[in-house]
Structures are given as structure tokens and as C-alpha cells.
Design a protein around this ligand. Structure first.
Ligand code: C2E
Ligand code: MG
Ligand code: MG
Ligand code: MG
Length: 283
């Protein structure tokens, strides 16, 4: 009996693995087609300056408009895109589109202590490629966006996987005049010395430290430390994933300058940003 049970469980397990493998293969085929047919959309989450509550820039976030499954978020396809090498095409598409879009928004002349900026995520896998600086410089040229308006977001692990290559690429990017932003700061288990070694401009405090920052003393200590580190090193700090007024109160008390999160805005479509900027212009 036990044997039978074991056997059928084994079968079920096998069946499930088989189905998963099939699903993955199907998703891969779909993803290739999506890249060819440009089934992607870019949404924009505002970055808010806390003292004035003004929108100063946006993070470009990719969405896949799947013909049958509807909108798929990057959490469900970026790692497959990385494994298959499709991420290069996807990152480039987002880069080109986001630069052109934000250039258009800049011409609506809604200034926030300087022109609107845009943050573009580059996969760690893509980051190590020597073509990156060339692709960025082409996107800037094609769009007419000033290099200083573009922040390239990379994770700590992207830098630390191969620090020598990373250093070379970062220097190329600095030569172009774009800004370097560390995404998900604090989650990479790496030494802080890279902040000194690399030309970093912006650090984004990971959402995991913000979640309980209104009540958890450990989160508070970590966030305070990042803020003072940022201040002493001349880094711009952005808190990500701010959802509640309690979190915001703490961040304001601690002198946080920039936040991103559902408390102010979710990622928005182009039309939604058009309306938002129109409102900000009138105000
Ligand atoms: P990320 O770069 O850390 O982006 C922040 C993520 O947090 C976004 O998820 C955003 O929608 C979400 N978020 C923002 N505010 C809040 C909040 O208040 N609460 C909560 N719970 N979530 C919030 P999204 O758009 O699903 O993107 C997930 C990740 O996928 C991004 O994390 C980024 O690593 C990656 N990604 C997105 N777009 C691209 C892209 O064009 N290229 C590459 N390589 N990766 C991308
Ligand atoms: Mg990001
Ligand atoms: Mg992040
Ligand atoms: Mg994150």
C-alpha cells in the first residue's frame, strides 16, 4: 500500500515537473515573440521630493502585455529573460522608450529643482556587457535627453559579481555624464567599501527596510545609518516602497529627501503621467 502510494506520488511529482517544463518552454517561445512584436509597455513611477511633494522624476518599469494572459509584471519574466539573453533587447527597448518619453515631458517645462529625471533598470547580466555604454549613448542621442537626466539603476550584486569589469563600465557611464544609482540597497550582502571604490550618485533604500520603519527599532537604525552614510558621502538617497503615513512620518523626521511608493503614486501609464504633470504645471 505504502509502495503504491509512493509510486503514485512519484507519478504526480513527475507529471507536475513535466507540466512546469512545458509551461516554461511555452513562456520562452512567447517571450521571444513578444520581443519581436514589441509586446511591452513601460509604466512610470514618480519619484517625489519630500519637502515640496513635487514629482522630480520617474522610474521606468517594464510590463508585458501578453495576448492571452494579460499584463505580466517583470517579477514573472525577467529571470527567464536573463537566462535566455532576451533581457538585452528588453532593457534596450525600455531605455530608448523611457529616454524619449521623459524628454517629451521635460518640454512641458515642469521643473523641480532642475529638469525631470528618469531611472532605468539594467539587469546585472546586461550590465557586464561591453555594449552597454554605446547603447546608452545612442538612446541619449536619439531622444535628445541630457545625460544628467538619466539614472542607471543597478544592484549591488551586479557590481560585485565582477568588480573589475563593473569599475570599467561605470567609468564609461560616468564619461557619458549619466548618474549611477544602486537599487535595492542593503540587500546585496556586500561590503560597503564599493561605495568608495565606484562612482555612485544615488542609493535606493530597499523596501524591506521601509516596511516596518514606523515601529521596528532595527529597521529604524538601518535606515538612519544609510541616511547619514549618504549625507557624509554626498549621495542622493531615495526611500523605496513607502506605503503608509507612519513610514513617511519617520522618513521626514530623519530628513529623507526623496521617496517612491504607493503612498504617493503607483507606477502610472503615459496618459496618467500626462495628467499629473498638467496638474503640477497649473499649481
Ligand atoms: P525595482 O527596480 O526595485 O522596482 C521597484 C518595484 O517595487 C516595482 O515593481 C514597483 O512597482 C514596486 N513598488 C513601488 N512602490 C511600491 C510600494 O509602495 N509597495 C510595493 N509593495 N511595491 C512597490 P515591478 O514594476 O513589479 O518591478 C519589479 C522589479 O523588476 C524591479 O524592482 C526591477 O528589479 C525589475 N525591473 C522592472 N523593470 C525592468 C526593466 O526594464 N529591466 C530590468 N532589467 N529589470 C526591470
Ligand atoms: Mg529599480
Ligand atoms: Mg528597487
Ligand atoms: Mg526592490
Amino acid at each position: 500500500r505504502a509502495k503504491e502510494l509512493g509510486k503514485s506520488r512519484f507519478k504526480v511529482f513527475n507529471r507536475k515537473m513535466h507540466d512546469q517544463a512545458l509551461q516554461l518552454m511555452e513562456l520562452e517561445t512567447d517571450l521571444r515573440r513578444a520581443v519581436d512584436l514589441r509586446e511591452f509597455e513601460v509604466v512610470y513611477q514618480p519619484v517625489v521630493r519630500l519637502d515640496t511633494r513635487q514629482v522630480c522624476g520617474f522610474e521606468a518599469l517594464v510590463r508585458w502585455r501578453h495576448p492571452e494572459h494579460g499584463i505580466i509584471g517583470p517579477g514573472d519574466f525577467v529571470s527567464l529573460a536573463e537566462d535566455t539573453g532576451l533581457i538585452y533587447a528588453i532593457d534596450n527597448m525600455v531605455l530608448e522608450e523611457a529616454c524619449a518619453q521623459v524628454r517629451r515631458w521635460q518640454s512641458l517645462s515642469v521643473d523641480c529643482d532642475g529638469p525631470l529625471s528618469v531611472n532605468v533598470n539594467i539587469s546585472g547580466k546586461h550590465f557586464g556587457q561591453s555594449m552597454l555604454a554605446g547603447q546608452i549613448s545612442r538612446a541619449l542621442e536619439d531622444s535628445g535627453l541630457a545625460p544628467g537626466s538619466l539614472n542607471i539603476e543597478i544592484t549591488e550584486s551586479a557590481l560585485m559579481d565582477n568588480p573589475n569589469v563593473a569599475e570599467e563600465i561605470l567609468l564609461q557611464l560616468k564619461d557619458l555624464g549619466v548618474h549611477i544609482c544602486i537599487d535595492d540597497f542593503g540587500t546585496g550582502y556586500s561590503s560597503l567599501s564599493y561605495l568608495q571604490r565606484f562612482p555612485i550618485d544615488v542609493v535606493k533604500v530597499d523596501r524591506s527596510f521601509i516596511i516596518a520603519v514606523d515601529k521596528d527599532p532595527d529597521s529604524q537604525a538601518i535606515v538612519r545609518t544609510i541616511f547619514s552614510l549618504g549625507e557624509s558621502m554626498g549621495l542622493k538617497i531615495v526611500a523605496e516602497g513607502v506605503e503608509t503615513s507612519g513610514q513617511l512620518d519617520f522618513l521626514e523626521r530623519e530628513g529623507c529627501q526623496f521617496v517612491q511608493g504607493y503612498f504617493f503614486y503607483k507606477p502610472l501609464t503615459v496618459t496618467e503621467v500626462d495628467n499629473l504633470l498638467e496638474g503640477q504645471r497649473r499649481a
